[in-house]
Design a protein around this ligand. Structure first.
Ligand SMILES: *Cc1c(COP(=O)(O)O)cnc(C)c1O
Length: 562
């Protein structure tokens, strides 16, 4: 473990979830993967950051499929085996008593440069000095009820600030990755004497905190933001600020952590251009910048494609912008590297139910992400008759994966429906559901399929990142025009749009089927040179841009240095 240099000024990056490596289940989906990619880029580029999160020692959950339905199991991981315990404890007031917090350090190593690793501080309340119910606070990511969530957020936000100080780190800015960590702003206010302050003294404290805080919002609907009624909030959040101040900063009716973050962060951004527009409309009066997400090029590129880039585009890992040169690579080499990734995917899936029907020569569609209503996992299957008819002309197969949050009944119904449709379609359109979606699975699927499908209900896909991972691997997208795809879609060059900007589910389904049948499948099977061009320009145009090195450089120059 590297001891972080205490004198070096650093950014503190707070995130409820972060995807560090295979086997550490401290994430649930895109938000955590983004945080992990960002820290990997920081390690590669030598940006001085320290990340703060919860240890989530029982993980999010491990998904099993029993008779076509999701069953959730704990997914324990062993912090001592992967991280170093720090000799440091802090306490925070949670309700009517104090909770002690310990910490682990995990180092994100750099992959393409000479810089020191990025420390990740994992907060842990499972200490003998705590009450049993407090020891569980850092066990389950997004587990329990809203009280559990609020108490976790006190540990993350307030405990995180105190831990960084106890470790002696010199923090210049606090970056809130989504609103879960927003309570850290109240701790910063308290330290400025705001608990008793009024009038201009309070205003000065708010201004000082705003100067130090950066907020990235990820949720384009009001209902998606963490909110608590003030009775509950005041019961648990004790002694930080006066209740009247909390009401002013946290929204009129309920404590809304996004509103709190907007009130106390001087620099705010959405995660794609459209998402920033939607956020401005949702929260009038706030300046919301746009920094479109990106993915870590080396983390998400399959080994055969990495080897190809190493040969033709040296330094691509350090400077993914160089992928713009992908058009110079010979068609046959791209096709061969992708075929190798496809074979590796089919091998990795060998034990999944139905995988025996998969054929590497057949066109393969991938759809994998959190299973929740707005992602509309059923859109592809809305007309099974039409699907069968298309498959009779041009055979194709589908690989699906994704978890539903344990409380998301609609998401769970989608998983059951997918299994039902897979049965109905049988061998006419083989559909394989890969259980327990996670980074290892994502890496195989995004690189081994021929087409990446995304069907969210606009404008609910703030950004989306799995299509960016696919692009790094020469896999074009067929997607709804929402989130990053409004920026990344070059029709016929990086993939295809489903419908126009807008439209309803029927129009979307019709467009999806039409493009598959009349454009995409005929190109794949009958116009191979054109298909190779699409593969290469997907890397050149989107791999070169939608990467986390570019994203981090923008955060540094626009948010951190201001
Ligand atoms: C990339 C990734 C996601 C996010 O995918 P979206 O397309 O943004 O929904 C979710 N889960 C895992 C495991 C991932 O790797």
């Amino acid at each position: 473990m590297a001891v972080p240099n205490p004198n070096r000024p650093r950014i503190a990056y707070f995130s409820m979830e972060i995807a560090l490596e295979d086997g550490i289940p401290t994430y649930s989906g895109g938000l955590g993967v983004l945080a992990g990619d960002m820290m990997n880029s920081a390690a590669d580029l030598g940006v001085p950051i320290v990340a703060v999160t919860l240890v989530s020692s029982e993980g999010y959950f491990r998904q099993e499929i029993v008779a076509g339905k999701q069953v959730e199991r704990p997914e324990h991981w062993d912090p001592p085996a992967r991280a170093q315990r720090l000799d440091c404890k802090v306490s925070v007031r949670v309700g009517d008593h104090d909770v002690w917090i310990g910490a682990w350090q995990y180092d994100v190593a750099n992959q393409s440069g000479p810089f020191s690793p990025v420390p990740v501080i994992l907060l842990d309340t499972d200490l003998p000095e705590n009450r049993p119910e407090d020891r569980e606070l850092t066990h389950f990511l997004y587990g329990g009820d809203s009280t559990y969530r609020l108490r976790q957020e006190i540990v993350l936000g307030v405990g995180g600030v105190r831990m960084l100080q106890a470790l002696g780190l010199n923090i210049t800015k606090f970056h809130l990755n989504e609103g879960h960590s927003a309570l850290l702003t109240l701790e910063l206010l308290r330290q400025r004497g705001a608990a008793e302050a009024r009038g201009t003294a309070l205003q000065d404290a708010v201004t000082a905190v705003r100067r130090r805080c950066v907020f990235t919002t990820h949720t384009p609907v009001e209902a998606g933001h963490d909110q608590y009624n003030y009775g509950l909030a005041e019961q648990w959040i004790a002694g930080l600020v006066h209740p009247s101040v909390l009401h002013t900063l946290g929204g009129p009716d309920r404590l809304n952590l996004t509103r709190l973050a907007l009130s106390l962060c001087g620099w705010v951004n959405g995660v794609a251009q459209r998402h920033a527009e939607v956020s401005r409309a949702l929260f009038p009066g706030y300046e919301v910048h746009a920094i479109t997400n990106g993915v870590h090029a080396m983390r998400w590129t399959a080994p055969p494609m990495q080897a190809l880039f190493d040969r033709h585009i040296p330094q691509w890992g350090h400077e993914p912008e160089l992928l713009v040169r992908a058009l110079r690579i010979a068609d046959a080499e791209i096709v061969a590297a992708h075929m190798e990734a496809k074979q590796q995917l089919l091998q990795a899936l060998a034990n999944a139910p139905g995988a025996a029907q998969l054929d590497p020569a057949r066109f393969t569609i991938g759809f994998a992400r959190r299973m929740t209503d707005y992602k509309r996992p059923g859109l592809l299957f809305s007309d099974l008759q039409r699907l069968r008819a298309i498959a009779q002309r041009f055979p194709f197969q589908v690989i699906v994966s994704g978890k539903a949050h344990p409380h998301d009944e609609a998401g769970k119904r989608h998983i059951a429906s997918l299994h039902g449709w897979a049965q109905e379609l049988g061998s006419v359109v083989p559909v394989v559901f890969v259980p327990n979606y996670r980074m290892e699975v994502a890496r195989c699927v995004v690189s081994g399929v021929d087409l990446w499908l995304n069907t969210p209900q606009p404008p609910l896909e703030a950004s989306g990142t799995s299509g960016m991972k696919a692009a790094m691997n020469a896999v074009p997208s067929l997607s709804i025009l929402d989130g990053w795809w409004l920026e990344g879609c070059d029709e016929g060059a990086t993939g295809w749009a489903i419908g126009d900007d807008g439209g309803d589910a029927n129009q979307h389904a019709a467009s999806l089927y039409d493009k598959l049948e009349h454009i995409i499948l005929p190109t794949f099977y009958e116009r191979r040179a054109e298909w190779s061009f699409v593969m290469k320009s997907t890397i050149a145009r989107n791999g070169s841009y939608f990467n986390s090195h570019r994203m981090l450089r923008r955060y540094v120059s626009e948010a951190y240095w201001n």
